[in-house]
Design a protein around this ligand. Sequence first.
Ligand SMILES: Nc1nc2c(ncn2[C@@H]2O[C@H](COP(=O)(O)OP(=O)(O)OP(=O)(O)O)[C@@H](O)[C@H]2O)c(=O)[nH]1
Ligand SMILES: [Zn+2]
Length: 198
Amino acid sequence: MKQPTHTDPAQPDDFSTEDWRRLLTHLGENADRQGLRETPQRVEKAWKHWTSGYDQDPAEILKVFEDGAEQYNELIVVRGIPVYSHCEHHLAPFFGTATIGYTPNGKIVGLSKLTRLVDCFAKRLQVQERLTIQIADTLMEHVQPLSVGVVIRCRHMCMESRGIRTPGEETVTSALLGEMRTNLGLRNEFLMLAREKN
Ligand SMILES: Nc1nc2c(ncn2[C@@H]2O[C@H](COP(=O)(O)OP(=O)(O)OP(=O)(O)O)[C@@H](O)[C@H]2O)c(=O)[nH]1
Ligand SMILES: [Zn+2]
């Protein structure tokens, strides 16, 4: 199912590039100087990209294959998946990597779809905890594997460049579903593989 979007239909979106121009002026800049003249259009385009996940349907991304999965019920792990998101509190970037693992139950997904799934939820205004659980829940819902594990490690610019100012600090979140909750061996195998690379 498509996640709730950022647009409330009761309130038409009348935001325009003029509003980015006003922001530049508000920040004390001369919005007409050469270097800034095209900035409102650029920023508009950039934010469309950074929030493009609202228009993506995870169900469409997670096309499953039943061929090739019959014999395989071990862990499938993809590590080092890039995460580029923005925190919903400050609109500041947070970025890092994700590891996703699952044990199939007769269905597998194309490996690239795991990266697309991360991007679909990362390209929204987020908190890292929600991002982590959305990825795990969606994989569980659409692929119905025996277990799912997601570990995300990110640096948050709202903490590094302002506020508490803790450069290099890393936030780690995890979501473990299905057999990973009860099977200690499986959980440890996944967490060990997740630790090795990212
Ligand atoms: N749990 C969680 N918190 C986050 C995330 N990204 C940013 N934050 C935190 O969101 C909080 C917002 O706190 P507020 O007190 O409302 O805002 P603030 O005055 O700007 O807070 P400071 O960052 O402490 O200056 C801060 O503690 C941030 O560190 C995230 O992904 N998950
Ligand atoms: Zn923040």
